[in-house]
Design a protein around this ligand. Structure first.
Ligand code: UFG
Length: 330
């Protein structure tokens, strides 16, 4: 297949590009490099372009037939979306519309969209299946839900078929240490904990230790980035053969607390990780766990790296490069 990966220089997109190339597909990457890294694109063709620039999109999408488009190019910081909503609605919604309109114009029908567990808001029940009510509690989640809704209308009106993949907590890194998570600023728990282990950070702040969970810290469903990428390829293949727009929740179905993540990181790294007790972060639900049975049943998806220690170990291999520990002397 020939596949356009938008946001292919970012964390999940760059892993996707590598997986697609390894599976023998032709990949074209579009990224504006505001959050991505050119050197993270280790396969395929690269075009630096911005989704706000419709003329550039027309050039790329009109350049030859694509079997599908995968869209990873969104802003992802929940807190920033509250203080700078315009930035989020502009990029995550308006710029996505540019991409969709160009797809319609050039007759490209298959779209895989990176959605999020944040479309659900505060859970009514756990684990969350696809039918759970969708009441996002921040602009970030609302942008993703808006695009999901837009996609339904584009299917009805223009026949544009899509799969929305609602990620829970994406984590881990390429198993061979080729790629990993590189956000600036980094806000995610596992890379921050590992920065505290490598010495790039003094300590990890634990946001709230008084949640109604066994150890008082929040519980999340961490899913390996390569397992997420597997789901994208399966989703595109299914979309092409069956032509039915769908949404899937993607997680392992296991929840781990912030404290359990820290304990696991100490074991994996063999280092003590200093912890600072901090206030709750606003908008954090106590517990988020996915029910991914639909993806398993309809896509035949099976996570291969469901073990938290393995997810953390792959992220640790990546962190060691940055912490100057890639070739420990002792
Ligand atoms: N946490 C800390 N200290 C930190 C960072 C995080 O205690 O320094 C805690 C958070 O409070 C939360 C857990 O670790 O309880 C996980 O936090 P992350 O920021 O890593 O991830 P979130 O669960 O907040 O968010 C993730 C994605 C979002 C997405 C959301 C959907 O990053 O893009 O899942 O639920 F919207």
């Amino acid at each position: 297949m020939r596949i356009l990966v938008v946001g292919g220089a970012g964390y999940i997109g760059s892993h996707m590009v590598k997986l697609l190339a390894d599976a023998g597909h032709d990949v074209v990457v579009v990224d504006n490099l505001t959050a991505g890294y050119r050197d993270a694109v280790i396969a395929g063709d690269f075009i630096q372009a911005d989704l706000a620039d419709r003329a550039s999109l027309d050039t790329v999408l009109g350049s030859g037939s694509f079997d599908g488009v995968m869209h990873f190019a969104s802003y992802i910081q929940v807190g920033e979306s509250v203080t700078a909503p315009a930035k989020y609605y502009q990029n995550n919604v308006a710029n996505t519309l540019n991409l969709l309109d160009a797809m319609v114009e050039y007759g490209i029908r298959n779209f895989i969209f990176s959605s999020t567990a944040a479309v659900f808001g505060e859970p009514d029940y756990i684990p969350l299946d696809e039918l759970h009510p969708k009441n996002p509690v921040n602009p970030y989640g609302r942008t993703k839900l808006m695009v999901e809704q837009i996609l339904k209308d584009y299917d009805t009106a223009y026949g544009l078929k899509s799969v929305c993949l609602r990620y829970f907590n994406a984590a881990g890194a390429h198993p061979e240490g080729l790629l990993g998570e590189r956000h600036d600023p980094e806000t995610h728990l596992i890379p921050l904990v590992l920065q505290a282990a490598s010495g790039r950070r003094d300590a990890i702040k634990v946001f709230g230790q008084d949640y109604p969970t066994p150890d008082g810290t929040c519980i999340r469903d961490y899913i390996h980035v390569m397992d997420l990428c597997d789901a994208h390829l399966l989703a595109l293949e299914k979309l092409i053969t069956h032509g039915k727009s769908e949404a899937f929740n993607l997680g392992n179905g296991n929840g781990f607390s912030v404290q359990e993540v820290i304990d696991t990181a100490e074991k994996v790294s063999g280092r003590e990780i200093p912890v600072i007790a901090a206030e709750r972060r606003s908008g954090d639900p106590a517990r988020l766990v996915a029910d991914s049975r639909k993806a398993r049943e309809l896509l035949g998806w099976e996570p291969h790296h469901a073990d938290l220690a393995q997810i953390v170990a792959h992220a640790w291999e990546w962190e060691k490069h940055f912490g100057g520990l890639a070739n420990p002397k002792s």
